[in-house]
Write a protein of this length. Sequence first.
Length: 94
Amino acid sequence: MSQCLILLFVCVFWFDCVNLGGSLFDYLSSLSSKGQRMSEEQIWPIFIQLSLALCYMHCEKRVVHRDLTPQNIMIDHRKRIKISKQSITHQMDM
């Protein structure tokens, strides 16, 4: 994928998340400030999405993220996640 297409994807994705949600860190901080926590029923779908996304990146695209933090996991109003910070990836030589 060319750098231009990656940049376009990141820009479109960022616009979507800024308007509809934010990072997982922001979401958890918001809950914490209200004295709330995520229930197990809320955690599992996010965990599964994250696992599938990492499996796809690693197995299909041969890419390792190298900087996965709650700040780099974007979540929208439907609780769909996307992994961001594509500039810190590494193509595996396999």
